[in-house]
Design a binder for this molecule. Structure first.
Ligand code: PLP
Length: 428
C-alpha cells in the first residue's frame, strides 16, 4: 500500500492545523507513522487519497453503525439542505426526533439536543449540580466524557483525594470538585461517599466503558452504584455517547436493566452529523432553561441537517430491531475468529466484548479497569495496527480504543479480517 498522497496532505495540514488534525487521536501519535487521509467511504469500506481500500473498524468512532454513506441518512440530508440549513427557530423535525428518542430509551421523558457528546456530558453535570444543589461529581479513571474541564482530571495522591488537572488550562478550582474512582470498584466509590457526605451531585459513568478498550461492568457494580446514589440523593448519569443506540435500541439502560437519572448521547444519535443529547425524567429536565434555572443553549442546537440525519438513523434502528442481534452475532463471530488465530500463533491476549463493542488487549490478565488496561503491550499493538493497515484493515490508532462494528460488514469481510490477523500475528 502507498501512503504518498496522505503523507503530503499531512505535511500541508501540519502548517495550518495544530498537529495536522482537528482531534488528537487522529494524529497516530501512539502508533507512529502518518495518518491516512480519507477521500470517501461507502458501507464498511474507506477509500483513501492514495486509492487504497480499507475495511473500517472505527466507523467515525461509532456513528456509522449501519455503514458509511447510508442511503436513508444521505437522502434525508440532501432533501433538507434544499430547504435551508439553519434558522435559530423551532422546527417540527426537532419534536419528531425527540419523540422517537424518548420512545426508544427507557426512563426518560424529555431530551435536549446539543452538538457533541462533550456538550451533552458537560450540560448533564451542570443540570445535576443545579438540581441537587451540590458541587462534587464522581468520575472513573479511564472513562471519557469529552474534553470539558470537569472531566480532564487524573488521580491525585492518596486513596481518598481530590483529582488534579491532567491538562494545563484546567484550574485546580475545577479539579477539586471531581472525585476520581476506579472502574468496577464499588468499595472505592462507597468510601468517596463517606468522605464527602451530602456533597456529591452525581456519579457519571460509561455503563460499558469504551475508552480504555471495552470494559464490561462487573456483576453487581452498576446495581451497587444505583443503590449508593439512591441512599445519598445523588444522581446517576449514564454517559451513553458510545453505548446509546448501539448496545440496544434503548442503550445500556435497556441491555443491563439499570435505571439512570440522566443519560447522555452522541455518536449514533447524529447519524454522522455533529449531534449530542441529554435526557432524563420530567422532574429533572424541567430544571433546564427556559422552564427552570439551569442555563444551557446553542445557536446550532437542533440544527435541521443534524436532526434529519439523526432521525433517519433512529428510524432505521427502530424499524429493524434485528440490527442489534445481527451486530451481536457478527461481533461474536469476529471475537471467536480473532481468539482462534491469536491462540494458534501463541500471542498472549485478552479480548473484551459487549455486543458490538470489542477490544483486543495484548496482556494475559483480565482487563477490568484503567490500571489493568494500561498493562497491555503497546509495542505489540503498534505492530498489530500497522500490520493490519498493510493488509487493508483499519482499526483505531490506539490500544485504548474499542472497535466499532458496523452492520455493513459482511461475513466475507470478517473472514478477510481474521485471515489478516492470522498473517500479522506471525510477525508479532
Ligand atoms: C466520544 C465520547 C464522548 C465525547 O463525544 P464528542 O462528540 O467527541 O464530544 C463522550 N463520552 C463518551 C463515552 C464518548 O465515547
Amino acid at each position: 500500500m502507498l501512503y504518498q498522497r496522505s503523507s503530503q496532505l499531512f505535511a500541508e495540514a501540519e502548517k495550518v492545523i495544530p498537529g495536522g488534525v482537528n482531534s488528537p487521536v487522529r494524529a497516530f501519535k501512539s502508533v507512529g507513522g502518518t495518518p491516512i487521509f480519507v477521500k470517501s467511504a461507502k458501507g464498511a469500506y474507506l477509500f483513501d487519497e492514495d486509492g487504497n481500500k480499507l475495511i473500517d473498524y472505527i466507523n467515525s468512532w461509532g456513528p456509522m453503525i449501519l455503514g458509511h454513506a447510508y442511503e436513508p441518512v444521505v437522502n434525508a440530508l440532501v432533501e433538507k439542505a434544499k430547504l435551508g440549513t439553519s434558522f435559530g427557530m423551532p422546527t417540527a423535525l426537532e419534536t419528531e426526533i425527540a419523540a422517537l428518542a424518548v420512545s426508544m430509551v427507557p426512563n426518560i421523558d424529555k431530551i435536549r439536543f446539543v452538538n457533541s457528546g462533550t456538550e451533552a456530558c458537560m450540560s448533564a453535570i451542570r443540570l445535576a449540580r443545579g438540581y441537587t444543589k451540590r458541587d462534587k461529581i464522581i468520575k472513573f479513571a479511564g472513562c471519557y466524557h469529552g474534553h470539558s474541564d470537569s472531566f480532564l482530571i487524573q488521580a491525585g495522591s492518596g486513596a481518598i483525594t481530590f483529582g488534579s488537572p491532567n491538562s494545563p488550562g484546567v484550574t485546580a478550582g475545577t479539579a477539586k470538585d471531581t472525585l476520581l474512582a476506579n472502574y468496577n470498584d464499588l468499595a472505592n466509590v462507597a468510601s468517596l461517599f463517606e468522605a464527602n457526605k451530602d456533597e456529591i451531585a452525581a456519579i457519571i459513568i460509561e455503563p460499558v466503558a469504551g475508552n480504555m478498550g471495552c470494559i464490561p461492568p462487573k456483576e453487581g457494580f452498576l446495581e451497587g452504584l444505583r443503590q449508593l446514589c439512591d441512599d445519598n440523593n445523588t444522581l446517576l448519569i449514564f454517559d451513553e455517547v458510545m453505548t446509546g443506540f448501539r448496545l440496544a435500541s434503548g442503550g445500556a439502560q435497556e441491555l443491563l436493566g439499570i435505571k439512570a437519572d440522566i443519560a447522555c448521547f452522541g455518536k449514533v444519535i447524529g447519524g454522522g452529523l455533529p449531534v449530542g443529547a441529554f435526557a432524563a425524567r420530567n422532574e429533572i429536565m424541567n430544571y433546564l432553561a427556559p422552564l427552570g434555572p439551569v442555563y444551557q443553549a446553542g445557536t446550532l442546537s437542533g440544527n435541521p441537517l443534524a436532526m434529519a440525519a439523526g432521525l433517519a438513523m433512529l428510524q432505521s434502528l427502530h424499524s429493524d430491531k434485528a440490527i442489534f442481534s445481527r451486530l451481536e452475532e457478527k461481533t461474536a463471530y469476529l471475537e471467536k475468529g480473532i481468539a482462534k488465530v491469536l491462540n494458534n500463533n501463541k500471542i498472549i491476549h485478552t479480548i473484551n466484548r459487549v455486543g458490538s463493542m470489542i477490544s483486543v488487549h495484548f496482556d494475559a490478565n483480565p482487563v477490568f479497569d484503567f490500571n489493568s488496561a494500561k498493562n497491555g503491550d503497546n509495542d505489540t499493538f503498534k505492530k498489530f495496527f500497522h500490520g493490519l493497515l498493510k493488509e487493508g484493515v483499519y482499526i483505531a490508532p490506539s490500544a485504548y480504543e474499542t472497535w466499532f462494528i458496523t452492520d455493513a460488514l459482511t461475513y466475507e469481510d470478517l473472514d478477510f479480517t481474521i485471515n489478516a490477523i492470522d498473517k500479522v500475528s506471525k510477525d508479532l
